[in-house]
Design a protein around this ligand. Sequence first.
Ligand code: DMJ
Length: 648
Amino acid sequence: MVFRKLPGVSASGMGLRLSQKFVFLLFLSGLVTLCFGALFFLPDSVRLKRIFLSKTESQPVTVGSENDVREHLKKGAKDPEHLRGITSAKGETSTKLKALSRKPSVTNEAKTDKKVAGGEALEDMMLSRSKTESASKDEKVTSSSNQGANTDTSFDYNKFKKCLLKPPLGIEHGKPSDPQTLQRREKVKEMMKFAWDNYKSFAWGKNELRPLTRNGHIGNMFGGLRGASIVDSLDTLYIMGLMDEYNDAKEWVETSLDLNSNGEASLFEVNIRYVGGLLSAYYLTGEEMFKRKVMVLGEKLLPAFNTPTGIPRGVINLGSGTSWSWGWASAGSSILAEFGTLHLEFVHLSELSNNGIYTEKVMNIRKLLNKIEKPHGLYPNFLSPVSGNWVQHHVSIGGLGDSFYEYLIKSYLMSDKTDEEAKTMYYSALEAIEANLVQKSPGGLTYMAEWRGGILDHKMGHLACFSGGMVVIGADDGAPEKRQHYLDLAAEITHTCHESYSRSATKLGPEAFRFDGGAEATATRLSDRYYILRPEVIESYMYMWRLTHDPKYREWGWEAVEALEQHCRVEAGFSGIRDVYAQTVSHDNMQQSFFLSETLKYLYLLFSDDDLLPLEDWVFNTEAHPLPVVRKSCLQGEGGTHDKTTSE
Ligand code: DMJ
């Protein structure tokens, strides 16, 4: 038909009959549909999209929840799980990642999307801008979409302090009486000072230190925000009594932490590191400046929740409020460990601002997760923020799932044990995890496998090693008859994670270890052998110590100190290593900010008395920033439980 209408072309002009043309056209259109179908409509077509879309759609932000880029790159993006946390711990890799597809937020499509590609160049440009603009300007800015979210800043800090059961820093800053433990604690403090001093000398104001090349790393996780290591270190420096260093950090936050960035950030990472870090700094010190800063930042995160379901997307432009799902996440989904790890911080944002909007946002997530049907009672890692349905049936207590479970029990504890919904969800989830994921290896090691639509992958990630600590802090509040069982389970998991360390040449644990093909808590793949100064195993030692006082946990912590000193300490800081099984280590040239915020803090607490940040009063967010238990009745009444005879 089309040909007939073309002037100068007869019906037989191509030597084909009408019926032949019709068949040919039908074939052609079928072929085209097939190609585009494969590209856009088949599930998990991310790899194809990357091939086709990389040149036309820029992706300045390519980060997820962890600094796992090496693994993801090495694995060649074989599956979506491995594309999580594409944060470049190494700046040179970030450019490779900028080609991932991105989808504009449904609700923000109308907005002018100031898409700017250009990674480091942009970052440098923004860095120079941040240097010249006064940081105090941040405090006057509110994002247009949520103007007025932070209306009341009259939080009564003195009253809050009176509602704590014990002084935050204990009688004598948690100083242990036993000389050996004290000596070990001093060693950890020295490590913190060393890590900090080198960061200050070579990377001040950047996000992380590159200790081998002695320069700073910015990366693309925090949407143009700077000083991640500073914000992450505030509370660690403070509790260690490194006051000159703390004061330098505080001054930098006050004068140079520019919140007017216009970059695209991981909602999760900004929340756990910056929001968490500033909240803790405020609660520990009472410095109003930290509160003002965190309220400005908190408000900038709210537009990420403007989705049909209220489940936030993973990436947000802190300037425009536009949000995206990660290009690597199946079918534009949001990640359980990301949208499920906001609760603690958002509840505190509401507390400080006397504005319920933050709590509303996270309670809405909670409501959806509580209501939705769960396969075998398990929570898969990918959920559509549009339909509110699971996108894949992959379940993991490690990467992609981890801190969602942690935040359930911690929400309950932080609510002064009043949040019954969180409690019920936590213990039901744990029951499902035990029924479906917890395994015993032939050698008798207990581990948490991963679950893919009913099929078990007998692998445990380093990230999943936080779960020893999680299970032990919840041991007392489940069914009384299960208390001992939970204590045993926590001890067994922590033991397995310790085995993953002690079975390596360096005595540091790999990123993931397996229990199949003859393996028992060892990495079988080259790409799983790295250690990037992660805290999870030490975190579990710390909780196990606090709740059992079994001295072996302090011994295991000390083994880790010795291994860190021997293999990760370099001339200008601490570095991750590429292969924990190699006798001669190769360094990755990155001192992660969570090393200062988590690894060293948990070690310090492990060698301190229990009255330093007592667990009755404080809950640690997933970046180890302590947040206080919210005692509503005390805060709203005249109450006050603080024993003033003890020192601060
Ligand atoms: C930290 O940023 C947090 O602990 C997060 O929950 C998981 N990954 C890193 C540390 O490994």
